[in-house]
Design a protein around this ligand. Structure first.
Ligand code: AMP
Ligand code: MG
Length: 524
């Protein structure tokens, strides 16, 4: 018998009957492999030879279901822009199964765009080439930036059109995730009042993502322990988004994972000129998921997870127990803001080239030192970028040059080269205090400056998936079938911290007029 491409071990299918519907991918007329992620295949311990060629195309288009797969559509609900939909579910996705990767981690292998399911509502269950290649690019960029993310293993063209505003070439994406459990998965069973399924789901999530909680007998410790763990992961993840200027665009509760991975690259975009109000999604008219609102949206989603978990901790008939549980859950939600701020500040310190947390008086002025000092140093820097409409990514990158003594490029990014003067003086003073307090105190100033600059270049990317580059690559692939620009862009976003000559075109901001009119769409 031919070797199987995947070694599946399907705990979700096995342990959670009733939480999904077994289903088959739709057959498509002309499978063609458009993209195979060989690095990820290796990470998963897969033989890329078995995944390429016409067999790979048939596999990744959904025409041949691989041995050991138990395809299923997961049930979930979700708050979409604040309104609750009790039944969403995998309307165009299927979990094929789980594999154990090289590091021993369990990973989901799932299709997106593989046809209608019982959860499709009015949708066609399909996906188009452009948006699936966008998932590849942004997911790989996030991964290269060190941000937890689902990743694409493959994209296969289907050879059939998908009808959106116009007819577009169809595709199926194969997505790899730590799991596809979402806040909305919990909401689905909570809304149905099905405590048995809700409990089985929560225990499954704990076993998979927070096994240290498994031994806890008390439901409050166990299930609010899960809530705390999710809060911690989400605080870290949203902070990392903020520190690279990423705007998810559709932070509905069905798009927020329990694992902490970023999922669903639909109307997402990277910010160009710094603006907390930046929003690109055509359907986000109120700016609910604007750049600066993302931490609030995450906290709001966590409150929905807390509500969904509540019945597992307190029986609705026991009012005292309910009140106690509500108070405990509220404490977790209230703690989120501080967790987020701490994660943000940790990232900002690294971006500023600081290694010490700073202590009051260390820079000679209480105003500029300590916890509040570094936070306000970062805030004032961002306020400066906002006021002067400077490109977020490049400003940080040029600050790394300034750390090594070359301020010219940074100053040139401002219309008035003197605009950053006062702030730079404060930052230099803080850097000097950082050096004096750091492990290498006493090293030559030049050595310390070069080391700081180098550290900053490893945390402040030069290449992000610029919106105009993404659009151009997707248009070439979708309209002319030319994958060249997509491949070049993908190779570039995988080297985010290099500033090599071949990457320079990928580091350039889009023309301002283009960004002003840039819109992303959910109808993917
Ligand atoms: P999303 O906006 O991709 O997070 O999807 C929200 C919900 O709509 C999920 O339940 C999806 O499965 C469903 N959905 C999105 N696009 C389609 C489609 N083309 N056909 C069927 N269901 C879809
Ligand atoms: Mg979604």
């Amino acid at each position: 018998m031919a070797p199987a491409p995947f070694v599946f071990d399907n705990t979700f299918a096995r342990e959670l009957p009733g939480l999904y519907v077994s289903w088959k991918p739709a057959a498509v007329p002309a499978p063609r492999l458009l993209y195979l992620n060989r690095d990820l295949a290796a990470e998963l311990g897969l033989d890329a030879g078995l995944l390429a060629g016409s067999e790979g195309a048939a596999l990744f288009a959904g025409n041949t279901v691989p041995e050991g797969a138990e395809p299923l559509a997961q049930a979930y609900a979700g708050h979409q822009f604040g309104g609750f939909s009790p039944q969403l579910g995998d309307g165009r996705a299927l979990l094929l199964g789980e594999v154990i990767d090289r590091r021993g981690e369990r990973r989901d292998i799932a299709f997106k765009g593989s046809g209608r399911t019982p959860f499709s509502r009015g949708g066609d269950g399909k996906a188009a080439v452009g948006p699936m290649l966008r998932e590849v690019i942004v997911g790989e960029a996030m991964h290269a930036l060190g941000i937890p993310s689902t990743r694409a293993l493959a994209v296969a063209g289907t050879g059939e059109p998908v009808y959106r505003e116009t007819a577009l070439p169809g595709a199926v994406l194969t997505r790899v995730a730590a799991s596809h459990l979402r806040v909305g998965t919990f909401q689905f069973f909570a809304a149905q009042g099905d405590l048995d399924k809700l409990r089985r789901l929560a225990d499954y999530a704990i076993a998979r993502h927070d096994p240290a909680l498994s031994g806890l007998e008390h439901p409050g410790e166990r299930y609010f322990g899960l809530l705390r763990a999710v809060a911690q992961r989400q605080a870290a993840r949203v902070a990392s988004w903020m520190n690279v200027g990423f705007i998810h665009g559709v932070m509905n509760t069905d798009n927020m994972t329990i694992s902490g991975e970023t999922i669903d690259y639909g109307p997402c975009a990277f910010m160009e000129a710094y603006d907390p109000k930046a929003v690109f999604s055509s359907i986000d008219r109120g700016g609910r998921y604007a750049y600066g609102n993302q931490p609030h949206a995450a906290r709001w989603n966590l409150a929905k997870l807390a509500e969904a978990l509540l019945p597992l901790v307190a029986d609705g008939d026991d009012e005292v127990a309910v009140q106690r549980a509500v108070a405990e859950a509220t404490e977790v939600i209230d703690a989120f803001a501080a967790q987020y701020r701490a994660a943000l500040l940790e990232g900002q310190r690294a971006k500023l080239g600081l290694q010490t947390a700073g202590s009051a008086g260390s820079s000679g002025s209480t105003h500029d030192a300590g916890e509040a000092g570094d936070a306000s140093l970062a805030e004032d820097w961002l306020a400066l970028l906002h006021r002067e409409r400077v490109d977020f990514t490049l400003a940080w990158r040029r600050l790394a040059d300034a750390a090594a003594g070359d301020e010219a490029a940074l100053r040139a990014s401002f219309a008035d080269a003197r605009a950053p003067e006062d702030w730079l003086a404060r930052w230099h003073a803080r850097c000097a205090a950082d050096d004096a307090a750091g492990e290498q105190a006493g090293a030559a100033p030049g050595v310390l400056a070069a080391a700081r600059s180098e550290r900053m270049r490893r945390t402040n990317p030069f290449v992000i998936p610029r919106n105009h580059r993404v659009e151009a690559a997707l248009a070439a692939a979708s309209e002319g079938g030319d994958l060249g620009p997509f491949e070049l862009l993908l190779a570039a976003v995988r080297r985010p911290f290099e500033e090599a000559p071949d990457l320079v075109p990928y580091g350039e901001p889009a023309p301002a007029e283009l960004t002003a009119g840039y819109r992303t769409f959910c109808g993917t």
